[in-house]
Design a binder for this molecule. Structure first.
Ligand SMILES: NC(=O)c1ccc[n+]([C@@H]2O[C@H](COP(=O)([O-])OP(=O)(O)OC[C@H]3O[C@@H](n4cnc5c(N)ncnc54)[C@H](O)[C@@H]3O)[C@@H](O)[C@H]2O)c1
Length: 333
């Protein structure tokens, strides 16, 4: 049995990772400041935070309330539990809000990462590795070939983020590598993209479309639905995290962990139209301030780790829909 210390472990990805690790007989320490980002009158954050805590009650998990920028409390917590693996998920996870509030983004994305690394440099126990959660936003605008087709982004291509969130995440990657070169901290860097599934409550497009469809409100499709995203079902991402935590081949590497296929927002809307009775679409000419993205190449994760995402967008949204319906909190009344 290994001990995992998960910063941001009460969040969407952290909760699913915790559940999987507990099911595998591991011990988990969650270190989380319990922050929310979308105003509470527009989000189900309170419901899902409570849901996650209730689900974890009575299991082999400790929940520590703490901020990653609080070096003293972070060190005390790490020294107390002496984890084998540290998974760093804590961050301001939304690009739009990071652009609007750069100081908050710096604190929760960059400072939290550096504080964690600097604390780990000084702890009195040895540990196996740190998993740093980066993002597909580090790539910026995806490259195109001569025919204007989007080229799948590979880990070894030059990163060129065009927004605060992507730049902060990439800065964090550099710090992870610098602390490895200077102080030998063992690491794995993970670049997820558009993760979706049950308990997400940050109003990403998958949740927003699903809730709108159920509430009989139109799905607002910007940019004629042309924008491409590599949507990734939460269970597939968690498979990847487990491999990154356990496989020796992962050490010192950077991995795209996504479904490995760019799909347009228009396709997502069509899936919802098939899935939810009475769903409607409203087209909008608004061009969102986001880099044009597409497929992330996952060949490296497949080759080195055996990573094999299994859940298509059609199947993942069906599962997500069925789970959200059971929650019974989506009604308009
Ligand atoms: N969900 C996605 O599509 C996606 C894609 C790429 C990368 N990521 C990254 O994955 C990570 C987790 O994202 P998520 O979707 O689970 O978001 P989330 O908002 O559900 O979870 C983030 C958690 O981190 C905690 N947190 C934030 N700042 C903290 C701090 N300073 N100290 C301690 N805890 C703090 C929050 O309280 C929250 O519980 C983030 O780093 C995010 O940037 C997410």
């Amino acid at each position: 049995m290994a001990t995992y210390f998960i910063t941001g472990g009460l969040g969407f990805i952290g909760f699913h990772l915790t559940e999987r690790l507990l099911n595998q007989g591991e011990k988990v320490i969650i270190y989380d400041a319990q922050k929310h980002y979308v105003p509470l009158d527009r989000s189900n954050w309170t419901y899902y935070l409570d849901y996650r805590i209730q689900k974890l009650r009575g299991r082999d998990v400790e929940i520590v309330r703490g901020d990653c920028t609080d070096a003293g409390w972070l060190k005390e917590s790490l020294e107390k539990y002496k984890p084998d693996v540290i998974v760093h998920l804590a961050a301001l996870p939304i690009a739009g809000i990071s652009n609007d509030y750069p100081a908050e983004a710096r604190g929760n994305i960059f400072d939290s990462t550096v504080t964690l690394l600097d604390t780990l440099k000084n702890v009195k126990f040895s540990f196996d590795r740190v998993l740093y959660t980066s993002s597909s936003m580090v790539y910026g605008e995806f490259l195109r070939d001569d025919n204007q087709n989007i080229i799948a982004a590979s880990e070894d291509q030059v990163c060129n983020p065009i927004d605060i969130y992507g730049a902060m995440k990439l800065s964090g990657e550099y710090m992870v590598k610098a602390y490895n070169y200077r102080f030998g901290i063992p690491y794995v860097i993970i670049r997820p993209s558009a993760v979706y599934g049950h308990t997400d409550c940050n109003m990403r497009v998958t949740e927003m479309f699903l809730l709108n469809a159920i509430r009989k409100m139109p799905l607002l499709v910007e940019n004629k639905g042309m924008h491409q995203v590599d949507f990734t079902f939460i269970d597939d991402l968690i498979d990847g995290y487990i491999l990154c935590a356990k496989e020796n081949n992962a050490l010192g590497q950077t991995f795209n962990l996504t479904h490995g296929q760019g799909r347009t927002i228009g396709e997502l809307a069509d899936i919802l139209m098939q899935l939810v009775p009475g769903a409607t679409i409203e087209m909008s000419d608004v061009m969102p301030y986001r880099p044009n993205r597409g497929t992330l190449n996952i060949a490296k994760a497949t080759r080195l780790l055996g990573y094999q995402p299994k859940v298509s967008l059609e199947e993942g949204m069906k599962r997500y829909y069925e789970q959200i319906i059971k929650d019974n909190i989506w009604r308009n009344d």
